[in-house]
Design a protein around this ligand. Structure first.
Ligand SMILES: Nc1ncnc2c1ncn2[C@@H]1O[C@H](COP(=O)(O)OP(=O)(O)OP(=O)(O)O)[C@@H](O)[C@H]1O
Ligand SMILES: [Mg+2]
Length: 244
């Protein structure tokens, strides 16, 4: 059963179709590559799937029945969808640990700050922060972390949300090799747990190494889909990247 499907979804900005009649399906237990040149609509698609932008047309189907055409970002967690941003978004004034606890306790920022955290949540936060190598930094304000560390914290936060679909918008960009290894392991682990993982990435070695199936966008349109080996050998995909 597909976890998420788009049916002819469109997003127009003025006259430009940033996303142009896309039909895409995500199943569980797979890592999907969402690739295409700059400006091809990858982030816009993720913004549509998480309700950050309203759809111009089309519907998103969650599970096998729930059809949505007016997506509300506050409903996304309920639908089991979570994401990271191409430009990291954390709560800079909160500690590393609190950035995770806000998610685990599902409280708003103030509620989470003043709540006495149960041992369960602290244990979960410790596990995920150790996984990304940030446990030692748990009391630092998020804004004091390096760029790479902030990316890892955002990934840790996304992973802390129990979801069925995880959308990662360029999680590897700007990371050192040892951090790339950590994030790759996290994506593989999520896949092993049966959820759908969607990876936007420009590095084709990572796409080949990690993904099971790829969707290729160009000017908002789906120009190819298949295994990474299949799509990356297609002439129209190579042309889209090199420019015609
Ligand atoms: N809020 C917006 N208002 C107007 N145009 C937008 C907006 N967001 C995106 N666009 C346009 O939509 C198109 C797709 O942009 P998008 O950011 O989705 O591309 P992308 O595939 O994520 O690119 P990149 O690989 O550079 O991150 C571009 O032409 C972009 O300029
Ligand atoms: Mg983008």
């Amino acid at each position: 059963m597909p976890l998420l499907q788009t049916k002819q979804i469109v997003k127009s900005f003025g006259g430009v179709h940033a996303v142009d009649h896309l039909d895409i399906t995500f199943d569980g237990g797979k890592i999907y590559g969402l690739i295409g040149p700059n400006g091809s609509g990858k982030s816009t698609l993720i913004n549509l799937l998480t309700g950050l932008l309203p759809l111009t047309a089309g519907t998103v189907v969650v599970g096998d029945s729930l059809s949505i055409s007016n997506i509300n970002s506050s409903d996304m967690a309920t639908y089991g969808i979570t994401r990271t941003f191409q430009n990291v978004r954390l709560i800079g004034q909160l500690s590393v640990l609190d950035n995770i606890l806000v998610v685990l306790t599902e409280r708003n920022v103030w509620g989470a700050l003043f709540e006495r955290h149960g041992k369960l949540h602290l244990d979960q936060a410790e596990t995920v922060l150790k996984k990304v190598g940030l446990w030692e930094k748990r009391n630092e304000h998020a804004e004091n972390l390096s760029y790479g560390q902030r990316k890892l914290l955002e990934i840790a936060r996304a992973v802390s949300m129990k979801a069925n679909i995880y959308l990662f918008d360029e999680p590897f960009a700007g990371l050192f090799p040892e951090m790339i290894k950590i994030v790759s392991n996290i994506l593989e682990e999520l896949k092993g747990s049966g959820v759908a993982v969607v990876l936007v990435e420009h590095n084709m070695d990572l796409i080949r190494g990690l993904t099971d199936y790829c969707y290729v966008l160009d000017s908002g349109k789906l120009i190819a889909e298949g295994t990474p080996g299949e799509v990356l050998s297609k002439e129209n995909v190579v042309e889209a990247y090199l420019g015609k």
